[in-house]
Write a protein that binds this ligand. Structure first.
Ligand code: CTP
Ligand code: MG
Length: 230
């Protein structure tokens, strides 16, 4: 059984408000996507597929030489993350077997530590369903409701001990994930599609270092982490 990586990188980065797709935002001297690819270019991963928007012009302008023949761009991104991952899986169907593992990893997580990836691959490969990196919630969580004046007020405090934040990579068999995503329209991660099939993916402890760059203030944190670990 081989292991492949698939990086959805066809988003538009609207919450970062940079005016440009955030996967190409320079971080510590390289585009954010470069760091995400680097994190997955390990000997155990046979190939890294990157799903780009059909009209992407920036990928071809960057230097990917460091990754040699392992990196394969696919110009088949879709409307949503789910569509991009699904289109990518369909595009590689001839080179990836249904039983092979696929590590789906967001281009927006450029700081994935080697130790987290290793833990995920070790625990995931031993699991019949698959696994994701995740973190127990540290903050107290409230649900909100608006009062008559439209002010947001606390409706309830959630029991925190069972809440985890889903990260990526998320590791599933290519065939199962393709089937799960084909049936499911609204998932914001891959595990949600698997869950909708009635399966229970394993939670593997991640780290806060593996943050998702979503808002402008995340950029400086990611740069600081990369400056320390590169
Ligand atoms: N993504 C994708 N195709 C889409 C939407 C998102 O491949 N149609 C990818 C993004 O490029 C990113 C990952 O999915 O690597 C996680 O998405 P997110 O962090 O939400 O990135 P964006 O969608 O680009 O940002 P925003 O939601 O703020 O617009
Ligand atoms: Mg998005």
């Amino acid at each position: 059984m081989a292991t492949f990586a698939l990086i959805p990188a066809a988003g538009s980065g609207t919450r970062l408000a940079g005016g440009a797709p955030k996967q190409y935002l320079p971080l510590a001297g390289q585009p954010m996507l470069w760091h995400a690819v680097r994190a997955l270019c390990v000997p155990q991963v046979a190939a890294v597929f990157v799903v780009l928007a059909a009209h992407d012009e920036q990928f071809a302008r960057q230097d990917w030489e460091a990754f040699g023949a392992k990196l394969h761009p696919l110009y088949c991104g879709g409307e949503t993350r789910r569509d991009s991952v699904f289109n990518g899986l369909v595009a590689v169907r001839d080179s990836v077997n249904a039983d092979d593992w696929v590590l789906v990893h967001d281009a927006a997580r450029p700081c994935l530590p080697r130790a987290d990836l290793r833990r995920l691959m070790d625990e995931g490969a031993a699991d019949s369903v698959g696994a994701i990196l995740a973190l127990p919630v540290a903050d107290t969580v409230k649900t909100a409701g608006k009062d008559e004046a439209g002010v947001q007020r606390i409706a309830a405090t959630q029991e925190r001990s069972q809440l985890w934040l889903a990260q990526t990579p998320q590791m599933f068999r290519a065939g199962l994930l393709t089937q799960a995503l084909s049936r499911c329209a609204g998932a914001t991660d891959d595990a949600a599609a698997i869950e909708q099939m009635g399966l229970k993916p394993r939670l593997v402890l991640g780290s806060r270092q593996n943050l998702k760059v979503t808002y402008p203030e995340d950029v400086a944190i990611a740069e600081a982490i990369l400056a320390r670990t590169l």
